[in-house]
Design a protein around this ligand. Structure first.
Ligand SMILES: Cc1cc2nc3c(=O)[nH]c(=O)nc-3n(C[C@H](O)[C@H](O)[C@H](O)COP(=O)(O)O)c2cc1C
Length: 260
């Protein structure tokens, strides 16, 4: 085991932080490492907004599916997939005129560009997570930043070709967070395939969810009418209000990319 693997294997999300701030030098180290993340075509198709305004954090704690710990996080970073910067530069460089003369398509950022920019932003975010962990900081992703697009667009002045893909809460974890057991993962046989995709059959699903099923059935309150883990997760995640809102909100972002 090397130190890097040690950091990765021992990481867990932290949702409660000590009130102490993070030294500027540590923040600079983490941001420096983040900017070294791999990036498609070396274009850096992302931006990071440091949110240190308490009122903005308070808004996020509500708009991101009511998660109060966001307001208490000492360091909050918003990762945007960002094609706006490059498109602004293209316009500044008269690329439209150039493309017409050169017989190239005249176009604006589209779905593929957005997906690539999301890859860049997420890879940068995960680099920040690991860098932070190596400096003794805990972190937690907030995927719910994809909800309530209109609120976040206005709050952070997001232009058309940006997409708020994830939020990171960071800080020194409390003792209780440090003591928490790491979460489990599905066994690799269900996740890692050789050469081609393999759909799982009923007996494999039974095996995959054996542990979770046994745990859930110990607590019938948790089941609340669900007959199995599939029904439990369908209700808790897939058909939950926050997921419905996320899908509405993402549609609104995509519409803005397409129609302005
Ligand atoms: C894309 C993404 C979105 C997430 N969103 C949230 C969130 O909104 N709130 C939260 O408390 N945790 C969130 N998490 C953290 C996961 O719940 C956590 O990673 C998972 O339960 C595994 O636990 P671990 O990170 O401690 O190993 C998110 C993680 C990812 C990767």
């Amino acid at each position: 085991m090397n130190e890097t693997l040690d950091v990765i294997l021992n990481r867990k999300s932290s949702r409660e932080f000590l009130p102490e701030g993070i030294p500027e030098a540590t923040k600079a180290d983490i941001i420096g490492a983040t900017l070294r993340a791999p990036t498609a075509g070396n274009l850096m198709l992302y931006s990071i907004i440091e949110v240190d305004d308490q009122a903005a954090k308070d808004t996020l704690a509500v708009s991101c599916d009511h998660q109060p710990f966001i307001a208490r996080a000492p360091w909050v970073l918003l990762f945007l997939a960002d094609y706006q910067r490059w498109f602004d530069y293209f316009e500044l460089c008269d690329t439209g005129d150039f493309a017409r003369r050169a017989g190239l398509p005249v176009r604006s950022p589209n779905e593929g560009d957005l997906m690539l920019a999301c890859c860049d932003a997420l890879i940068a975010a995960q680099t920040a997570v690991i860098a932070a962990e190596s400096c003794g900081l805990g972190s937690c992703y907030i995927g719910d930043i994809m909800e309530n697009y209109e609120t976040h667009r206005d709050l952070f002045k997001l232009p058309r070709y940006t997409f708020p893909i994830c939020l990171l809460c960071l800080g020194y974890p409390t003792a209780a967070q440090e003591a928490r057991q790491p979460t489990s993962r599905f066994d690799r046989e269900f996740i890692v395939f050789e050469n081609s995709y393999r759909r799982l059959g009923e007996s494999e699903f039974d095996k995959m969810f054996e542990r979770e099923q046994a745990r859930a059935f110990k607590n019938s309150e948790e089941l609340n009418g669900a007959a199995n883990v599939g029904q439990l997760i369908y209700r808790r995640k897939f058909a939950a209000g926050f997921t419905m809102e996320m899908n509405r909100s993402v549609k609104a972002i995509l519409k803005q990319w397409k129609d302005g």
